[in-house]
Design a protein. Structure first.
Length: 137
């Protein structure tokens, strides 16, 4: 499974979360180097990847950045690595690495716990438009 996507970084996300879906659309907009592919945690592909990585989604309700045959990251580290790919002003986000991961993840978890309350939730996963469909697996 991992060899198919070896040149791409895969972002797994909560497909029913409005905040998460808007974040994915933002990533697509700024992914000028076409580095990322996307799949929801709820999809069959997402479930296979999560199983392959042995991630317990009951304990980690988070974005996952998976670089096949290299590594995977979750929570704030995943978000910062994604933003680092954009270049430009987005590089300023890297200053957040001065904070220890547990502290960054504490903020991340606070937002994650409240995302449905603040931004809402869909009944089902986002259906990509024809223009961005090739970015989803």
């Amino acid at each position: 499974m991992t060899d198919i996507y070896k040149d791409k970084k895969i972002i797994l996300f909560d497909g029913v979360c409005n905040f998460c879906n808007n974040s994915i659309l933002t990533i697509i907009k700024y992914d000028k180097s076409n580095s990322f592919l996307f799949t929801s945690l709820q999809s069959d592909t997402g479930k296979r990847i999560v199983d392959h990585l042995r991630i317990d989604t009951s304990k980690i309700d988070s974005i996952v950045l998976y670089e096949p045959n290299i590594s995977y990251d979750i929570k704030s580290t995943a978000a910062l690595k994604i933003m680092n790919n954009f270049g430009g002003i987005w590089k300023l986000s890297q200053v957040l690495y001065i904070f220890p991961r547990p502290l960054r993840d504490l903020v991340y978890d606070f937002i994650a716990r409240n995302r449905y309350k603040w931004f809402g939730k869909r009944e089902e996963c986002m259906i990509p438009t024809k223009e961005i469909k090739k970015k989803f697996i």
